[in-house]
Design a protein. Sequence first.
Lengths: 179, 137
Amino acid sequence: MSNSTSGRITILDIAQIGLMVAVIEVSKAALAFLPNIELTSFWIIMFTLFFGWKIVAVVPVFILIEGSIYGMNLWWIMYLYAWPLLVLIAWFLRKNDSAIFWAIVSGIFGLCFGALCSIPYVVIGWSSGGFANGIRAGFVWWIAGIPWDFIHCAGNFVLMLVLYRPVNGAMKKLKASNV
Amino acid sequence: MKNNTKKIIIGLVCLVVLVAAFAVCWKVFGPKATKGDKHITVEVVNSEGATTDYELDTDAEFLRIAMDELHDQGFSYDGTDSEYGIMISAINGETADYATDGAYWALYVNGEYGQYGCDSQPVTDGDTYTWTYEKAQ
């Protein structure tokens, strides 16, 4: 898949990284009208499984583009650790090749996304009124978003379950052709 | 194969347990509307920092309905409805345009930043709901 046998990043690597970012961005924009239904989790998992180290470049570029389009506000801080965490999870579990297994992983990530995103509110609350205030601020924020976490969970689960096999097959063919 | 099935079962159990735990948390700690008469205050702090107070006796369960009832007192709002509820763009005729200068209408409940939109903000007796014109830092 990679031409970087010498350890250098090749033009092909850069092109693939750019395409991966483009696929994530286009999918995200296409589903933007559906609240908390997204393909970002799906693509980040698939790209981690098939393109290995290149995801280390894809995720920061994706986060930077998101920040430049929508502004680097508090939600952007959440992106800085939430998506890299998903990459780490996918990397540790990369030997699994079951659609239902990855649907569960993606579903749990979607379910916990609100809890992950509440961390900055804990920090802000802590800095302004002590640790207990921080925990309360984060907890209240997380609770308010639980219905949306359920939607996120269901969306991630179903999308991975439906798309894993066909995309997995296409990526395997791509790898075999050494493009 | 057996190992794979075991992982899937463990994963499914984790997912079900998490969903159940989240549902319980939502049920216990989520917003609760109260029925019956309530006396509330709605404040509007405009872009110049001027405050207008509205007192209301209502049996509305959610803030948006109470805001509709304030129409007779001269209170008005405008916004865009979406799957997330209404996104307030104007209060008392003053528009906050985030795209132009990062301005927005923030909702505070008893002085603390609100966690819900006005569609899902429960109305509680004695509470003060403040709409404040703010700009992103």
